[in-house]
Design a protein around this ligand. Sequence first.
Ligand SMILES: [Zn+2]
Length: 286
Amino acid sequence: MKIINSKVDAKLNKVKNLPWCENIVPLLLLFIFVAAVPPPTAKKIYRKSISTIVIDAGHGGHDPGCHAAGVKEKEVTLAVALSVGKKIQEQLPDVKIIYTRSADKFVELWERAAIANKNNADLFISIHCNSTKNNTVSGTETFAMGLKKADENLEVAKRENEVILLEDDYIERYEGFDPNSPESHIYFSLFQNAYMDQSIKLASKVEQQISKGINRPGRGVKQAGFVVLWQTKMPSILIEIGFISNKKDREYLSGNKGVDEIATGIANAVSAYKKSYESSSSAKIN
Ligand SMILES: [Zn+2]
């Protein structure tokens, strides 16, 4: 990673060469990264209202995402994303909805963020499906960028970030990000700091609407480093709407009822967030 300076490299090598500390190396590495690499900063932009929302259906085209028993993540995410957009439009007719894709098409991760930035979007919502070896695990998880327990959530971030390997020039494009390196994921989790509070507020509303509003199992708000959220210049979340690896979740998400309910939960959360944001002091600073 060229983003890590030589001082950090030297420290890492020093730590790696100590024979007695095998077990604490991951912790030390994390500490060194946080201590030695200044967190990336972004100019905080205050918005008076939420008027443009980008909805990002994960994967697409030659990237199916996770899949099981014939159900493909790229198809579920597209159906849910389009339904979320339609429902937001019905509830909030003044809001402009932009999709990063509205068909079965491969869109590189940097381009998804670029679409949001170019359109000066106020929110970025990326929709994905989860997968894990333990097929009894089910429910939604909503992520914001951040370091809190990022190591615990590494597996999800790793799986979602691996898609960049399908892109040309990914090493240059993502500043040396290596999807196989835990340090890369942890470093990336530090981006989006300026929007972290608002992203977490939106993520909480999504989890609330899903668990209480539509009565689905919600696994809560989490934080990790996602490449798709790396360069967005607005509050951004990534929703794992359920586990393709779990039979019940898979059947629910591949049916019209599931798509409609999950989309309702997300759209209601956006409406609640918009209402709360626009009546709060943060919208009135500018
Ligand atoms: Zn995904």
